[in-house]
Design a protein around this ligand. Structure first.
Ligand SMILES: NC(=O)c1ccc[n+]([C@@H]2O[C@H](COP(=O)([O-])OP(=O)(O)OC[C@H]3O[C@@H](n4cnc5c(N)ncnc54)[C@H](OP(=O)(O)O)[C@@H]3O)[C@@H](O)[C@H]2O)c1
Length: 360
């Protein structure tokens, strides 16, 4: 006899959300795992036809979600207890507070909903811990190249890696949001149990590199990923849309990219209290070498800038700078990129508003 189903809700049915949703959904297993989606602009397409996936790793296939909702509010009113609420929107704390947004979905408490954050950047978890004092929070970093090429059509170009760790009180820079040792230990235990299930479900559908790491190690993975995201993404926009490969082959830009990465390599160990592991964390030189060959695709920040969508500036540049400053450290290269790009974004918004006013 099948056990009670596990209900997973993905908030943000874009590239990452739909790809991982399709790999978690297992309606026929002995414990059915039923994955539903909260969509936005792609709601009508996905509600009527589901999701088509064109993947490098698993070929082409179709994913029919358990349920599809047009908004968070409607998923909150569906009468389903969401065991997992997985946030896969772009992380834009300057635009929206994700933790406030998902309030209607979360059953509170240690045995309540497990919140899973599959988003880039650092410092993204704290608002969730602030809002949901006792809920398990999984922090997840993915290395994937995927895009929604049309509404409801997801293309995965390469990679499937998803690394997950518990988030209790931000052990790398402990905050006062959870100070009880007993609660921290219970949170770790419950969250680890949820991660073990997530790894098993991903593995069962063929993802070979879903991994479970400690809280501090996960934070280190987040900082290491900034070596690419915080150096190449902003530099690509500021250099007029240059690809990562071309930047890595241009002598001046290569010097600049390496200096950004070196800054992260120097600062992150001081923040986290542990050194990078050269076997696990590629050095700036290795990253640049492999980027030379990566001639396809554009950085996500460039795509967002070109489409005039908000960029993930705060979690990729603003938060690292602020976290470092709290420890008396300055990240000069990242601060320069942040200041320039933030003003460029603001100026463009102002120009658009002026042009709009002039039309009236
Ligand atoms: N794509 C990759 O290859 C990749 C790789 C590694 C990490 N990441 C990270 O993964 C995260 C997700 O990226 P992504 O590429 O999947 O982004 P994406 O394709 O833009 O997907 C985000 C989705 O969230 C939806 N959304 C935003 N706010 C919503 C709300 N309030 N309610 C319902 N839906 C909402 C968006 O809807 P609309 O379309 O209507 O805006 C969009 O469909 C980001 O942090 C990104 O940096 C991405």
């Amino acid at each position: 006899m099948a056990s009670a189903p596990v209900h997973i809700l993905i908030v943000g049915a874009g590239a990452v959300g739909c790809f991982y949703a399709s790999k978690l959904h297992q309606p026929d297993s002995s414990t059915p795992v039923l994955v539903s989606l909260v969509c936005r602009s792609n709601y009508s397409t996905i509600a009527s036809s589901g999701v088509s996936l064109e993947t490098h790793s698993f070929g082409n296939y179709h994913f029919a979600p358990h349920k599809v909702f047009p908004s968070i509010a409607s998923a909150g009113e569906a009468g389903i207890k969401w065991d997992f609420v997985v946030v896969t929107t772009k992380a834009l704390p300057d635009v929206t507070n994700d933790a406030h947004d998902i309030r209607p979905l979360v059953t509170r408490g240690l045995d309540g909903s497990c919140i899973v954050l599959i988003q880039n950047g650092v410092g993204i978890e704290e608002v969730h811990r602030e809002e949901f004092a006792e809920n398990p929070v999984v922090s997840a970093v993915t290395v994937i190249s995927a895009e929604q090429i049309r509404h409801g059509v997801i293309k995965q170009n390469r990679w499937t890696r998803i690394t997950m760790g518990a988030y209790t009180n931000g052990q790398s820079k402990p905050n006062q949001l959870v100070s009880s040792e007993h609660l921290i230990s219970q949170l770790t235990q419950n969250t680890d149990h949820h991660i073990a299930n997530l790894v098993a479900w991903f593995t069962a559908t063929g993802i070979k590199d879903a991994e479970h790491v400690s809280e501090i190690s996960l934070q280190q993975t987040r900082w290491h990923k900034l070596c690419i995201n915080a150096s190449m993404n902003p530099s690509s926009v500021l250099s007029g849309g240059t690809t990562n490969s071309r930047m890595s082959l241009d002598p001046e830009l290569r010097t600049h990219l390496k200096a950004c990465m070196d800054e992260i390599f120097t600062t992150a160990p001081q923040i986290l209290g542990i050194p990078f592991d050269e076997k696990k964390h590629a050095s700036p030189d290795r990253i640049l070498k492999s980027t030379e060959r990566n001639t396809t695709g554009k950085p996500s920040m460039l795509l967002d800038w070109s489409a005039e969508r908000p960029m993930e500036l705060e979690v990729i540049l603003g938060n690292p700078i602020r976290i470092a400053r709290r420890q008396g450290l300055e990240m000069h290269r990242l601060q320069t990129l942040y200041a320039l790009l933030k003003m460029a974004q603001l100026r463009r918004k102002e120009d658009r508003a002026e042009a709009q006013k002039a039309k009236l």
